[in-house]
Design a protein around this ligand. Sequence first.
Ligand code: FDA
Length: 306
Amino acid sequence: MLQQVLRRPLLAIADSERMEGLVRRNAKGLVNRFVAGEDLETAVAAVRGIVEQRMTTTLDQLGENVSTEAEARAAVATYITILRRLAAEGLEPNISIKLTMLGLDLGEEIATANASEVLATVQELGGFVRIDMEGSAYTAGTVSITESLHARFPGTVGTVIQSYLRRSEADVERLIAAKIRVRLVKGAYAEPGEIAFRDRKEVDQSYVRLMRRLLDAGVFPAIATHDPALIQEARDYVRRQGVRSDQFEFQMLYGVRRDAQKELSGAGFGMRIYVPYGTEWYPYFTRRIAERPANAVFVLRQFVGR
Ligand code: FDA
């Protein structure tokens, strides 16, 4: 309840330069818990540590909307560097990308052409790209671009569906029909009630419906949540339906519920950790803080203490 009430104001407060400066100067310890480092070197070391614990990873170079073609081209080059580096280290070339970093604000053609270049490298290396889902202005574009990329580079690309969006049931059916891999999440952005469920119970009920549908008919769905009740629901459902543990995986964020990550992996389930890194960590970090009032209180205490 508290989480629901606080999430919007926290996201609004976070969206100020003054707040960003304060957090950058004072909350480094907490940032390090959620962000694997600022450079690729540190991120690769984090990936290796997770793989040694018999879990898998998807690496995310943090960053969001770009407004010029040059910046979008730079993001293509960065993604390709990351993929080649992972492969050279003998690690799985699996990354999560954002289409706004590849120029989605400049037009769908530009973002598609840029993503195609990344996917050509992924295909060559035998890796996988997950296209993260951003705010609702980008949902339709992200789904249709994923479809067109999947048609050209089958099996190398998937996307994300947010259970808080009312449109998600239709999108899930569309992605199932196209045999595209889906990561199911609750959704991390502040969306209006006309298009999104605002009540936590409704978001969870939607999650369960979509999860069951994906486990029944989807291609290797990813159940991405830290919610103990939803994880138990998934475990009960796969047991009842006879879904094998090599037919889906769980996913969690770096630094969140580390014990649960180990427990699920120890119980024989696929557990993929989303590993974010880079200097542009502020928006990602504030979304994680807004999800958990205890984290926000921790940050505020540090400021008050000074
Ligand atoms: P919920 O927020 O209800 O949390 C359940 C419990 O988990 C909490 O009670 C707490 O114990 C623990 N927990 C959750 N967040 C925590 C935190 N920050 N710190 C400490 N404990 C925490 N969203 C999106 O819109 N687009 C995307 O592409 C993605 N991608 C993505 C990938 C992966 C692998 C994951 C796990 C999540 C995403 N998300 C996302 C984020 C997602 O939409 C959602 O905001 C978070 O996962 C939090 O929701 P939960 O399902 O974990 O439940």
